[in-house]
Design a protein around this ligand. Structure first.
Ligand SMILES: [Zn+2]
Ligand SMILES: [Zn+2]
Length: 183
């Protein structure tokens, strides 16, 4: 974004309202703004003594997947931006903590990315009370109701039960045959 008009003009300001294609990597694993989808940028640039203050919002469409039921998620997200781009490097600050005006340009992409990615949930849900899917049959628990359950033993217990009943049968039959032999 060019800000040449604002250099060395303290007090000057500019309102910028544009639609931009989204840059890559505005995402976390399950959720993000799709690359090249339209983003509405609405920011104000204020020239101050040390640099240019950028403030405003960027709006985009988040798409992703519910971490519980895997349903698709589509929602609008608004990223708040407020950052000072300095004309000169400040030796008192770590260089990764400051943003600079370079060749009359500022790059708000890293700011957008930081603000968005830190605000995205790592386990997004399609709705705040999504309970996910039944681990037995895969039905949505939300619609299935609180009574939904399966009359099924834990597979480990089920195997044990089979084993035990098999033994009992064998023992009983062999005991029977022994007894029959003795008779
Ligand atoms: Zn869900
Ligand atoms: Zn089920």
């Amino acid at each position: 974004m060019s800000i040449t008009d604002l250099i060395d003009a303290p007090g000057a300001s500019e309102q910028v309202e544009v639609s931009w294609p989204a840059p890559a990597e505005l995402s976390v694993p399950l959720l993000g703004i799709e690359r090249d989808s339209a983003m509405q940028v609405d920011i104000r640039l204020d020239s101050v003594h040390e640099g240019v203050l950028v403030s405003g919002t960027v709006e985009g469409t988040l798409t992703g997947q519910c971490s519980r039921c895997l349903d698709p998620i589509t929602e609008t997200v608004t990223i708040d931006i407020q950052e000072l781009f300095q004309f000169e490097h400040d030796p008192m600050l770590e260089s990764d903590e400051q943003h600079l005006v370079e060749h009359g340009l500022i790059n708000i992409e890293p700011i957008m990315r930081d603000a968005l990615v830190t605000s995205l949930p790592f386990q997004p849900r399609c709705s705040p009370d999504c309970e996910g899917l039944c681990d037995q049959c895969g039905v949505r628990l939300e619609g299935a109701g609180p009574d939904h359950h399966h009359e099924q033993l834990d597979p480990r217990w089920a195997a044990l039960a089979d084993f035990a009943s098999g033994n009992v049968n064998e023992e009983t039959s062999s005991e029977n045959s022994e007894q029959q032999e003795k008779r």
